[in-house]
Design a protein around this ligand. Sequence first.
Ligand SMILES: [Cu+2]
Length: 139
Amino acid sequence: MNNEKTNIYIGIALIISFLLIFFAVSSRNDSKSNTRDVNEKKEISENVLLEEELQTVTITSRAGGYTPKITYAKSSVHTILEMNSVNSYGCERAFRIPSLNISKELPNNGTTTFDLGTPEESITGTCSMGMYVFTIKFI
Ligand SMILES: [Cu+2]
């Protein structure tokens, strides 16, 4: 009788161990595949023109805000921001880049360029009231 009980306890302990190992392995796989997904999305965006030592990010400013809202650009590269105003008559004209102390009124139509330096982290552009926002992520 005692041996049978011992065998049952050992059996239960083994099952619990297998379950713990199974969950540990499966959760590790989950985090790996998540990281892979994030990496796949991190490609330079189509609105970025990357030349040898200069890249130009083009953002459209029109009634309703700025597009695209998220841009991936290359980090540690001298970057020019081209704000392309198209029939722009709203508060998107009151343009700010708070982290660079940039504040400028954009025209109704036409291109306004800003030198962003050589960024390594994200830069966010916004209208003066903060209702329209776009972000350039340097990767
Ligand atoms: Cu606004």
